[in-house]
Design a protein around this ligand. Sequence first.
Ligand code: ADP
Ligand code: MG
Length: 258
Amino acid sequence: MNPAQLERLGDHMTRLRLFKSRERLEALLQEAASREASYSDFLEQVLTEEVSAKTTKNIAMRTAMARFPFVKPLETFDFAYQPSIDKKQVLALASSHFIEHGENVIILGPPGVGKTHLSVALGLKAIEHGYRVLFTSAAHLIATLTKALTENRLEEKLKLFTTPRLLIIDEIGYLPIERAGANLFFQLISRRYERGPMILTSNQSFAAWGEVFGDRVIATAILDRLLHHAVTLNIRGNSYRLKEKLKAGLVRTEETQS
Ligand code: ADP
Ligand code: MG
């Protein structure tokens, strides 16, 4: 192929944003010539590489946009360590069908048992399945909405949390929520109700949510909407953070049961 044609092809590819193809063009042409590939095989290879590069880039972009506290896929979760988790149920959730069905997932359990890890892992699966995901903590969500209310920007911020197809709200119950905050939280839950599914995690049982939200009536209204279509995972077990210490015999199991 003459250099002028190669340059023209490169320009077309840049214009069409086929960056991977442009980068690989010469190599792909040489490979195809040496193995006497058919026109259709050559075209298929170019397009397959381009689609694959674009998919990878898109997943990386949506993963960054999701604002996860850490990126740990489900494959790194040790189910053997946490027998109270139904692995089959989690694998079913990993198919992201719950998103299509508008179901919420609520993960309950004491600190360190993998609630955040599982919510991130399910969020990553959702991204792989093409959904937009946003991760936030209850404290950050409420602080953002409270600030927005004082700045007359509540509507804008509520949209921020309602547009992603999947919203993950981590750590409900770690900090007590003031009445105004509970009201804002309820507004968000109402907006997402029947529209977009959520994954929520909490170290408190549902019975304790009245205290978490400082108001039994609001807590009941929130739970009523959340639990209408929901799957609850109740994790009962030892903190994974203690795993190494337990192994080394530095702490006894009874100490971790409280
Ligand atoms: P929680 O949110 O329930 O307090 P995390 O999900 O933050 O707990 O887990 C604490 C740490 O232990 C994280 O680094 C997490 O990746 C790890 N971890 C927890 N459970 C498991 C597990 N079963 N397999 C692998 N890593 C785990
Ligand atoms: Mg956590």
